[in-house]
Design a protein around this ligand. Structure first.
Ligand SMILES: Cc1ncc(COP(=O)(O)O)c(C=O)c1O
Length: 472
């Protein structure tokens, strides 16, 4: 398996290094490079450098076994050309098959009316099952451990109802500082809902002084310190702002060692990094599908519940009719009898039209392994970092705050800009057809997605930054 082999890719310019050393890695401190810091000096890339970056990109695109996937996505247009789209960490591009899948499901409604629940090629009653195998593969789970339903924040609340059941002794939650705001509000409101004081119950792990990312050991130490008072570790598997990838397996193990549970928000992890949720013993996880999974705006969320909880009918949960045993659901019995596995957490019947778009995208994911995607993703982000590093004399100041070492980085590269140049730079590139995003207070997030981004996209992007420096 690719995941167990030793992989190392050093880009042509020796500026960035990524290591692939299998799942049981230790963080390789020796490959951590200092932040890419752009000093005030104003010297742009030479024509020779640009030419060699361009030919590197051309060669990498020629060698790219995933290159043909690009043509199956629709790119927003700028002046008659494809935008340089780096926002797959926010909203993935539309697969070309989405319209057809939607039309088929609309036709079923037109043709069968309510009988569409049981008739046609894709009856609606079991519709969530049609995406389960793909999702299970993507998150490293058994099919009965995943289900597609609702949306992300809603799902995490539902999972908290099952897995955050604080007592007077064990009530604390460990979270990462700077988690996505919805997670912060969610955890805060859960703690208050159970009558605890968030200031005391929530332990936020901060980056060390002068750093933007969190030391893994600091989370482990906090888990050990909280000990018997800890109910739950709840971390975003990949932080939305810095792009830092957390070590899910060892955080889960540390939580279990003190008798706590571990759950993860994988909004930025799913479809981005290899996941082995079952083998890692994760208790629960949830994700949205509209980022790297390309299911479209507001696309349906997904959950993972480890089978040791999911197959136990006694696991507490908030119930709805779609989680009830499907064999007698329509007999409308009074007493709730949960379906086995994650399906038993469903509340409502599926939103077929958004599931439809999700199915179109997952069918594309089924054609490629997560390891192949990861391999290309690491190359793309390494090339991006390499070019940005070469721009260190371009007259702007920004830092790459995403960790450099392989296990802690995903597709996203976060550029921390200064208040003077950042907004102007963002406007300059946006006006010229780049779609990436600005996250307050001053980060430009760039996420080359291996399914549809090319090395030339990356080249053109950094060239625009160079042009900005030239023009300034
Ligand atoms: C990490 C993370 N968590 C939660 C959310 C909220 O997702 P939703 O609006 O689907 O509930 C987002 C949205 O981008 C996110 O990035």
């Amino acid at each position: 398996m690719v995941k167990n082999r030793c992989y190392c890719w050093i880009n042509t310019f020796g500026l960035d290094i990524c290591f692939w050393v299998g799942r049981n890695f230790a963080f390789p401190q020796n490959v951590v490079l200092p932040y890419v810091l752009i000093p005030e000096l104003k010297i742009m890339l030479t024509q020779q450098q640009l030419d060699s970056f361009r030919s590197f990109a051309q060669q990498a695109d020629q060698d790219d076994s995933l290159a043909s996937f690009r043509s199956r996505f629709s790119f927003p247009q700028h002046e008659g050309k494809d935008c340089l789209y780096f926002c797959g960490n926010s909203l993935g591009l539309q697969p070309d098959t989405v319209e057809q899948y939607l039309l088929e499901d609309l036709a079923a409604w037109k043709t069968y009316g309510v009988k569409g629940h049981i008739l046609g090629d894709r009856p609606w009653k079991p519709y969530h099952k049609f995406v389960a195998a793909s999702l299970a593969r993507i998150v490293g789970a058994a099919e009965h451990e995943v289900v597609c339903m609702n949306t992300l924040t809603t799902n995490i609340h539902l999972l908290m109802a099952s897995f955050y059941r604080p007592t007077k002794e064990r009530y604390k939650i460990i979270v990462e500082a700077g988690a996505f705001p919805s997670d912060q509000y969610l955890v805060h409101s859960q703690v208050e809902h159970h009558g605890f004081d968030p200031a005391e119950a929530i332990i936020e792990i901060q980056p060390r002084e002068g750093s933007f990312t969190i030391e893994h050991d600091d989370i482990i130490n906090a888990i050990e310190k909280a000990g018997n008072s800890l109910a739950l570790v709840f971390i975003g598997g990949v932080n939305y702002y810095t792009g830092q990838v957390f070590h899910i397996e060892s955080l889960t193990e540390a939580a279990h060692n003190v008798g706590a549970l571990a759950g993860f928000d994988l909004a930025h992890g799913v479809g981005n990094i290899p996941l082995h949720l079952h083998d890692w013993n994760v208790d629960f996880a949830a994700w949205c599908s509209y980022k790297y999974l390309n299911s479209g705006p507001g696309g349906p969320g997904g959950i993972f519940i480890h089978e040791r909880h999911g197959l136990n009918p006694e696991t507490p949960r908030l119930a709805g009719w779609w989680g009830h045993n499907e064999d007698n659901r329509f007999k409308m019995p009074k007493e709730f009898e949960p379906m086995k596995g994650a399906e038993g957490w469903q509340l409502s019947n599926a939103q077929i039209l958004s599931f439809s778009a999700h199915r179109a995208s997952l069918d594309i994911f089924d054609e490629v392994s997560i390891e192949q995607l990861r391999e290309k993703s690491l190359k793309l982000s390494s090339f991006l970092r390499g070019m940005l590093a070469a721009l260190t004399q371009a007259g702007m100041s920004f830092q790459i705050i995403t960790p450099t070492n392989y296990p802690e980085k995903g597709a996203q590269v976060s550029m921390l800009t200064d208040s003077e140049n950042g907004p102007a730079l963002y406007k300059y590139i946006s006006d010229r057809g780049v779609i990436c995003d600005w996250r307050e207070p001053n980060v430009i997030r760039v996420a080359p997605a291996p399914l549809y981004n090319s090395f030339d996209d990356v080249f053109q992007f950094v060239k625009l930054i160079n042009d900005f420096a030239n023009a300034a």
